[in-house]
Ligand binder design. Structure first.
Ligand code: PLP
Length: 236
């Protein structure tokens, strides 16, 4: 087995054990964050059964989706910041986007989603711990955004995503995740007609805390592919 295959297996075990321990067996999906990593690594992960991959940069992500079109069943998630002049590329090449942080972005994605593709799955990014430099809706803005975004025809609103400030302390890690879970719960009550089934939260350093607090998708880069080296990156 290659080291990537081993790391995928180990990470899946950690995820499954944590999910079982909190009474949600099988409820947490592993999103492999492949930003800055070569397509060979993605192919290797796919051979190990991994299907969901996350990319942060539009041009790099689009190049990879096109180069790896022959990998059956692969599902591409855009998880990085998105400017409005690049929404079309995401609408045309990805299955999901987790980082919708403005209503305008959602509207453009819906307008630009090609007719022959199923609706684009989206999550709203929430600035759950009110970090001054972080993008995302503030918690109190989310309900209103949902009421507008749910009208859009070519997207399916699946839930919420957050990137809380990093912490080494599991108790600190849990707080923003718990607040996300509560926010999603309120939205489900307010909008019972929507199928809000997704909480995208947890990275290599805090995935267990996120799962314990209700995550359904953990976004894992370093633990699968090793540390990122930005020095030979050509495109952002
Ligand atoms: C890079 C990135 C990740 C993965 O982070 P790791 O700590 O390497 O697991 C997850 N989510 C987002 C939005 C990212 O940009």
């Amino acid at each position: 087995m290659t080291s990537i295959q081993k790391r995928i297996q180990n990470t899946r075990e950690i995820i499954n054990t944590a999910a079982e321990q909190c009474g949600r067996p099988g409820a947490v999906n592993l999103l492999a964050v492949s930003k800055t990593k070569p397509t060979d690594m993605i192919r290797e992960a796919w051979q190990a059964g991994q299907r969901d991959f996350g990319e942060n940069y539009v041009q790099e992500g689009v190049e990879k989706t096109q180069a790896l079109q022959n990998l059956e069943g692969i599902v591409w998630h855009f998880i990085g910041p998105l400017q409005s002049n690049k929404t079309r590329q995401v609408a045309e090449n990805f299955h999901w986007i987790h980082s919708v942080d403005r209503t305008k972005i959602a509207r453009r994605l819906s307008d630009q989603r090609p007719d022959h593709l199923p609706p684009l799955n989206i999550c709203l990014q929430v600035n759950i711990d009110n970090q001054p430099t972080k993008s995302g809706f503030l918690p109190e803005e989310v309900s209103r955004a949902v009421s507008e975004i749910m009208q859009l025809p070519h997207i399916t609103l699946r839930g919420l995503m957050a990137i809380p400030a990093p912490s080494d302390d599991p108790e600190q890690q849990r707080k923003p995740f718990r607040a996300m879970k509560e926010l999603l719960g309120r939205l489900k009550t307010e909008y019972p007609q929507l199928n809000l089934d997704t909480l995208s939260m947890g990275m290599s350093g805090d995935m267990i805390a996120a799962i314990e607090e209700g995550s359904t998708i953990v976004r894992i880069g370093t633990a699968l592919f090793g540390a990122r080296d930005y020095s030979n990156q050509t495109s952002k």
